[in-house]
Design a protein around this ligand. Structure first.
Ligand SMILES: NC(=O)c1ccc[n+]([C@@H]2O[C@H](COP(=O)([O-])OP(=O)(O)OC[C@H]3O[C@@H](n4cnc5c(N)ncnc54)[C@H](O)[C@@H]3O)[C@@H](O)[C@H]2O)c1
Length: 351
């Protein structure tokens, strides 16, 4: 079997997870290009793999690349994904798929038109604990789920924002704690429930980070089609990155996640589901260490012509929940799906 020819675009903070994954998947894929507008970063990443590097994304469009990984400021994901797919390259982009639903729709349209694969990274879905809980829920072990919650209280100091030319802005990051940090919890709740939302009611605030425009806190209620009401709270003004908690209340028991560890409680018995990699993460522990599992799933989808598990539509659905909270907050109204996305800045609420 020929190895897939891979390129990475964006060799910033998250690229350490890709370095680890490329090493683990070297029998399937070979990194042939590292791109970053900061040439030194591209060069450093390329040195580990003895591959070529450039500061210009367009360089890779005619080099016989099979897959490009996009690890870029959020607003660039659609721009580069569309260019790559039109050049015949499969795209696995970091979350979020885009910062507007219109851009996400265009990516999905081009994916269909070109027949390329499009995937969105949500690595925290790719754990033994999530898969086991999903299977148990689908088998009816917990009965009907009436409510869910997720709580994320993390710490993002001034340095995190001032050392970045895109974080903290509506036009480049597309939001704050919701679209950047809480997106993984929101995605896991949606994935575990396995159904779509009906309405979204929420509000966002900037209580503490007066040097940025986007929200540092958010709360919301989201009603799903199966009747489950999901409560979420997220902030990045806390003093530490405390473990994320996700919990579901079913007729027959409670289940959820503390960071990546699964748990469930049935009658009097309490159980934990641990993941073998939990102690060996390559970045901060809250990133987990499952990028390589999702990358393998994506490579397999190409090599064996299988559907992509977390495809563009999945990425769009999670983005839609976040954009619904922004719109609800800006208008003071409950938002019913589907809705037309707007540029939050235009609603003139924060910043
Ligand atoms: N899955 C996760 O858990 C996780 C964690 C952290 C970050 N991320 C995601 O990864 C992506 C990147 O985040 P980060 O924290 O690594 O950001 P970063 O700012 O550290 O890295 C972005 C890189 O992109 C480069 N870049 C910017 N514009 C470019 C262009 N036009 N052409 C080539 N390179 C360009 C920058 O020079 C920088 O090195 C974001 O989508 C973010 O949400 C995901």
């Amino acid at each position: 079997m020929n190895k897939l020819r891979i390129a990475i675009v964006g060799c910033g903070r998250i690229s350490i997870c890709y370095e680890d994954a490329f090493k683990k998947l070297s029998d399937q894929a070979e990194l042939v290009y590292a791109i970053d507008k900061d040439l030194e970063k591209a060069q450093r990443f390329a040195a580990t793999f003895h591959c070529r590097y450039s500061d210009n994304f367009d360089t890779i469009l005619d080099k016989g690349i099979d897959v490009v990984h996009l690890c870029l400021p959020h607003y660039l994901h659609p721009v580069m994904a569309v260019k790559a797919m039109k050049a015949g390259i499969h795209v696995l982009t970091e979350k979020p798929i885009a910062i507007s639903l219109q851009d996400a729709d265009e990516m999905i349209r081009v994916q269909k038109e070109t027949g390329r694969k499009l995937g969105v990274i949500f690595q925290t879905r790719y754990t033994n604990s999530v898969e086991q809980l999903k299977k148990m829920y689908q088998e009816g072990v917990f009965g009907r789920v009436s409510s869910a919650r997720s709580i994320l209280t993390w710490h993002r100091p001034q340095d995190y924002y001032v050392n970045s030319d895109w974080k903290g802005s509506w036009d480049k990051e597309g939001g704050g704690v919701l679209i950047d940090q809480a997106i993984h919890s929101i995605d896991r709740v949606r994935y575990l429930l396995g159904c779509d939302a009906e309405w979204i009611d929420g509000s966002i605030h900037n209580y503490y980070h007066d040097f940025i425009h986007v929200e540092d806190s958010a709360n919301a209620a989201i009603q799903f089609e199966n009747g489950c009401i999901y409560n979420l709270y997220a902030c990045n003004l806390y003093g530490a990155d405390s473990p994320i908690t996700i919990e579901f209340i079913g007729e027959k028991g409670r289940f959820g996640l503390i960071q990546d560890m699964g748990f469930y409680e049935l009658e009097d018995s309490y159980h934990e589901i641990r993941n073998t990699y939990e102690e060996i993460t390559v970045g901060p522990s809250y990133w987990g260490s499952s990028h390589h599992i999702q990358l393998k799933d994506f490579y397999d989808s190409i090599l064996y012509d299988q559907p992509v598990k977390t495809d563009g539509l999945e990425g769009r659905k999670t983005l839609e929940l976040i954009k619904g909270i922004y719109l609800s907050s800006a208008t003071g109204k409950r938002i019913y799906l589907p809705f037309e996305d707007v540029n939050y800045r235009d609603l003139n609420q924060i910043g």
